[in-house]
Unconditional design. Structure first.
Lengths: 568, 106
C-alpha cells in the first residue's frame, strides 16, 4: 500500500530571470538556434569579442587593399598616389573656361576635378568645403652660439586665432601643418658668436565649413567634372555657392599610397571606418573591431581583407565566442567531435515529379508548381524547407517549398533556373552542412552571394524557414539523441514571440544555464493570486525545477511567513 | 503561449477540498460528531495525516453513522502527482496540504 506523506505548504509561482552564460568557460554551448541573426543578437557584446588583425606584409608587390563585407568589396588601389585635389574655388569662379566648378542637378551633382582619370564610378570621396586666409609678418631674431646651432622664434598673430602653418618658411625648418595660436620659425646659425637677422613668417588660417562623403556615379568628360551622389540639398547648395572664396577639396578614398599610414587614414574614412580602428606602430597596421552603436551586430565573422598583388593575402577577424559567429554546423560540431557536416538531421528522401516548363510568368511571379508522382512521398517533405530540384536537363538547384497541397508542391524557384526546364525529381537537403549553409544564406539574404540559386526572401518567409528547421530538430525521432545533448533552443515563433524551449530542466547539466528567482506570486484558494513581491533581494535560497515547463516550486515556512524562509 | 495561468491550471490539476485536517491519532472504529471543533455531518471530508498506523493516513468521508470512511485514492502512485488538499474549517482553515512523497508498506 502506498501511504502519502503530507506537508502544509503555500503555493507560489516564482518568476525567474533566466541567464545563459556565453563567456569562454570551456563548457559546451547548449542553446541551439536556426535563426543565425537571432543567435548574434542574444549577445550583449560583438565587436569587443573579435581579435585584432595585425598586418605587416611587404606592400611593394601589392596593388589592392580590399575590404570585403557581404556583397561589398571596397577596393583601395595602392598606386602610390593620394588623390587629394584641393584649393579649388567654388562657384561663381570658372576653371579651364569649361564651366562652373560645382553644378547642381535634380538627381545628382557635379564637381570639377583636375584629372578625370583619378576617379572611377563607385569611388568613394570625401569632399571638404573650407575658407582659407593668409597672414604673414617679419620677426627679428638673435642667437648666440656655435655655427650650426638652431635658433627658434615664435609669436602670436595679431588677431590671436588658430592658424595652420602650411608652407616652408624661408630660412626655417617648418614644413608641416601645425595647429597653433602662434607662429613659430626656426633656423640654423651660419657663424659662431652672436648673430641676428630678420625672418619672414607666413601662416594660413583654414576655416572648415562642411565635410561629407559620397560616391562617384559618372563622369562629365567634356567639362572635367565628375558626377556624384546628390548629398547636398538645394538650399544648402545655394547657400554654399553664395559664400565668397569658398574652396573645396576632394579626397578619393579608393586611391592610396603604398604605406600603412595612408592606408590607415583611408580605412578610417571608408564606409567601414566606424567599425574598425587602425593603429600604426613600427610599420605594422593593427585593425581592432570597435563597437558601432548604430550597427551593433555588424558581422565581423564575414568581414575580411584581401591584400592582392603578385600574391594575395587574406585576413579575417576571429573569435572563440560561438554565438557571435554562429552557424548550425559550428554548433553541432561540439557534439560530433568537430565534424558534424555529414551528419543526417532530416529525411534523406527523393521523389519523382512532373511539372510544366518553367516560363517567364513563373519567374515573374516567383512561384512554380510541380506534382509528385507518388502522393505518399509528401509525408517526407515539409513546408518552408529547401529541396534540390532536378530538371529534365539534369540541372540541379535548390528551391524553397512554400506550399504543399494535395499532390502539388509550390516552390520559390531558384534564381538561376533556366527557362523551359521542367522538374523531374526533388530531394531533401538532409545533412548538417547542407542545412547549415542554406540557413546562413537566409541570414545574409543576398542574391547570388554564396551560390547562384539563392533567391532573396522577405523576413516572414525567412522566419518560417528558421522555424521549420527548428521543428525538424525538435520533433524528428532521428534527432532524439541530438536533443539529449542540447540544453534548449531559442526561436521566434509565427506570432513574433521569442520562445526558449528547455529540453530537460529537471536535469540541469549545462552550467551555463542559471535561474535567478526575482518575483513571487502566492496562489491562494480557488487559484486566486496575490500581488507579486520581489524575492531576489531577500536571501539566497535553493529551488527545484519540477517539470518540463520553466517554473519552480518553493516551500515557505508558515511559521516564519514574514521572514520568508524558503527551502527546496 | 505558455502563461502563468497555464501554470496555475497545471499546478492545480490534482487539487481537492476537505473541511478538516486532523493531526492527532484517533480510533477509526469509533463514531465522531466533532473533530478540531468542527461538527461532522454526512459527507464531511476529513484528512488524517498523523495516524500512528501509517496506512490510516489519508482522506475520509463521514457516513450516516458518523464514522470516517477511508477513501483509498493512491493505489496508483501517479495519482499523488501534484495532489494537494485545501482545508476549509478548523485550526487548519485555509491551509493547503501537499503530498511531498510516499512510503510503501505491506
Amino acid at each position: 500500500m502506498n501511504v502519502p506523506i503530507f506537508e502544509i505548504k503555500d503555493s507560489f509561482i516564482i518568476k525567474n530571470i533566466l541567464n545563459y552564460n556565453t563567456t569562454l568557460s570551456g563548457d559546451t554551448y547548449g542553446i541551439l538556434f536556426t535563426d543565425y541573426d537571432l543567435a548574434r543578437k542574444t549577445q550583449n557584446k560583438n565587436a569587443e569579442r573579435f581579435d585584432n588583425i595585425i598586418i605587416n606584409t611587404d606592400l611593394s608587390d601589392k596593388n589592392n587593399f580590399i575590404l570585403n563585407y557581404k556583397d561589398d568589396n571596397f577596393n583601395i588601389l595602392l598606386d602610390n598616389e593620394v588623390i587629394d585635389y584641393k584649393d579649388c574655388i567654388m562657384y561663381p569662379y570658372q576653371i579651364d573656361n569649361s564651366g562652373y566648378t560645382f553644378v547642381n542637378d535634380s538627381k545628382h551633382q557635379e564637381i570639377s576635378v583636375n584629372d578625370l582619370s583619378d576617379y572611377d564610378v563607385d569611388d568613394y570621396l570625401e569632399i571638404s568645403f573650407y575658407l582659407e586666409y593668409n597672414r604673414s609678418g617679419e620677426t627679428t631674431w638673435t642667437h648666440s652660439g656655435e655655427t650650426g646651432e638652431t635658433w627658434y622664434v615664435n609669436g602670436f598673430t595679431d588677431n590671436n586665432v588658430y592658424w595652420n602653418i602650411t608652407s616652408n618658411i624661408p630660412n626655417s625648418g617648418i614644413s608641416d601643418t601645425i595647429n597653433s595660436v602662434m607662429w613659430e620659425v626656426t633656423g640654423t646659425t651660419i657663424s659662431s658668436g652672436q648673430t641676428t637677422g630678420t625672418t619672414n613668417w607666413e601662416v594660413v588660417q583654414i576655416i572648415p565649413i562642411l565635410k561629407y562623403k559620397c560616391y562617384v556615379i559618372g563622369k562629365n568628360n567634356g567639362v572635367y567634372r565628375i558626377k556624384i551622389e546628390k548629398k547636398l540639398e538645394n538650399w544648402l547648395f545655394n547657400n554654399l555657392s553664395k559664400v565668397p572664396n569658398l574652396k573645396y577639396k576632394i579626397l578619393n578614398i579608393n586611391k592610396c599610397n603604398k604605406n600603412y599610414l595612408d592606408i590607415s587614414n583611408h580605412i578610417k574614412k571608408s564606409p567601414y571606418g566606424n567599425y574598425i580602428s587602425c593603429n600604426i606602430m613600427d610599420d605594422v597596421l593593427t585593425l581592432t573591431p570597435i563597437r558601432n552603436d548604430l550597427d551593433l551586430y555588424f558581422d565581423y565573422n564575414i568581414f575580411n581583407i584581401d591584400i592582392s598583388g603578385s600574391t594575395t593575402i587574406n585576413y579575417t577577424f576571429n573569435t572563440n565566442y560561438l554565438y557571435n559567429k554562429y552557424t548550425l554546423e559550428l554548433f553541432l560540431d561540439q557534439f560530433f567531435s568537430g565534424s558534424s557536416s555529414g551528419e543526417t538531421i532530416y529525411y534523406n528522401y527523393s521523389g519523382e515529379t512532373t511539372s510544366n516548363q518553367y516560363e517567364i510568368n513563373d519567374k515573374n511571379s516567383n512561384r512554380f508548381k510541380l506534382t509528385v508522382n507518388n502522393i505518399d512521398d509528401l509525408e517526407y517533405f515539409k513546408n518552408y524547407t529547401y529541396i534540390y530540384i532536378t530538371t529534365n536537363n539534369y540541372n540541379t538547384y535548390r528551391a524553397l517549398i512554400v506550399d504543399i497541397n494535395e499532390d502539388q508542391i509550390t516552390i520559390i524557384p531558384p534564381l538561376n533556373m533556366i527557362l523551359n526546364e521542367s522538374i523531374i525529381e526533388i530531394k531533401n537537403l538532409y545533412t548538417v552542412k547542407e542545412i547549415s549553409d542554406v540557413l546562413y544564406e537566409c541570414c545574409v539574404n543576398i542574391n547570388n552571394l554564396y551560390s547562384n540559386d539563392y533567391n532573396k526572401l522577405n523576413i516572414d518567409l525567412r522566419r518560417y524557414v528558421y522555424n521549420s528547421y527548428y521543428e525538424i530538430i525538435n520533433n524528428l525521432v532521428i534527432n532524439e539523441n541530438l536533443r539529449n545533448e542540447l540544453t534548449g533552443a531559442l526561436f521566434e515563433n509565427i506570432n513574433n514571440t521569442f520562445v526558449l524551449k528547455i529540453y530537460n530542466p529537471q536535469d540541469i547539466k549545462d552550467n551555463r544555464l542559471t535561474y535567478l528567482p526575482s518575483e513571487a506570486i502566492r496562489i491562494g484558494k480557488n487559484k486566486k493570486t496575490s500581488f507579486p513581491f520581489r524575492v531576489d533581494s531577500i536571501r539566497t535560497f535553493s529551488y527545484n525545477v519540477i517539470d518540463a515547463n520553466i517554473y519552480t516550486s518553493f516551500i515557505f515556512d508558515a511559521n516564519k511567513d514574514n521572514d520568508t524562509v524558503i527551502s527546496g | 503561449m505558455y502563461t502563468e495561468y497555464d501554470i496555475i491550471d497545471e499546478f492545480f490539476s490534482n487539487s481537492h477540498e476537505a473541511e478538516i485536517a486532523y493531526g492527532q491519532n484517533i480510533d477509526l472504529n469509533k463514531s465522531y460528531t466533532m473533530l478540531d471543533n468542527v461538527r461532522l455531518n454526512i459527507g464531511t471530508k476529513v484528512l488524517l495525516y498523523r495516524q500512528k498506523n501509517l496506512k490510516e493516513n489519508g482522506l475520509y468521508i463521514v457516513n450516516s453513522n458518523n464514522e470516517l470512511v477511508f477513501q483509498d485514492q493512491f493505489n496508483d502512485v501517479s495519482k499523488m502527482f501534484r495532489y494537494k488538499i485545501h482545508i476549509n474549517a478548523g485550526s487548519h482553515l485555509d491551509d493547503e496540504f501537499h503530498i511531498v512523497g510516499y512510503i510503501t508498506v505491506n
